[in-house]
Design a binder for this molecule. Sequence first.
Ligand code: CTP
Ligand SMILES: C[C@](O)(CO)[C@H](O)COP(=O)(O)O
Length: 229
Amino acid sequence: MSVVALVPAAGRGVRLGAGMPKALVPVSGESLLLRAVRGLLASGRVEHVVVAAPAEQVEVVSAELASLPCAHVVPGGAERTDSVRRALDAVDEVAPDARVVLVHDAARAFTPASVIRDVVSAVEQGAPAVVPVLPVADTIKEVDASGAVVSTVDRSRLRAVQTPQGFALDVLREAYAAAGDIATDDAGLVERLGGEVRTVAGHPHALKITTAFDLAIAESVLALAGDSA
Ligand SMILES: Nc1ccn([C@@H]2O[C@H](COP(=O)(O)OP(=O)(O)OP(=O)(O)O)[C@@H](O)[C@H]2O)c(=O)n1
Ligand SMILES: C[C@](O)(CO)[C@H](O)COP(=O)(O)O
């Protein structure tokens, strides 16, 4: 029973503003995408990877991953959900024996191997869907349309959600078959069907690189880890 990872990498990276798709932005000479895919494979728990690339950059992205023969590239879509769906559609061809699927943002390129392993193990032990989470550090307030505070939310029950998110393959397929509106994460589609979603501990290094500030943090993490992060 193999594990396949879907890597949505077709975003424009508007908030980062690097003038190229975010997945191709280099950190210490290696793109976020290459780091993310290599990290999945280096966990020792992922055998196949399907990357959703910007539709007009499939060849560029394929060349970027040429050193990793188990990575396959498909054209992504307009929204993250569309990109994941296209990668999911390629699983039968790329990994016909897969029963466990991960969905992992290229933008979370520094996710530690331990998080990837914990997510895979939880699915293998029977969880239909698994997300890595971190406690919320800030006080969270609900505000109305005018910006006035409505309430202070009890943060003890809140978690910030990361990737990779792990699924039994048939569960993710069912969730995507039923998907209506766009969801901000894949587990949200399982929740809509009433499916159980379990959590494992996330990690600060699995941050999503969204802005130039996040990229600076990633560069610092790499510098501290001596490029072994
Ligand atoms: N149509 C899209 C949009 C996003 N993604 C991917 O989904 C992940 C999370 O998205 P985000 O970090 O929001 O990336 P962007 O959409 O590129 O960011 P922005 O909104 O700043 O353009 C990224 O790896 C991104 O490449 C994708 O595959 N297809
Ligand atoms: C999937 C995700 O990374 C979990 O935190 C996040 O929801 C992606 O959101 P985005 O708005 O598409 O970046």
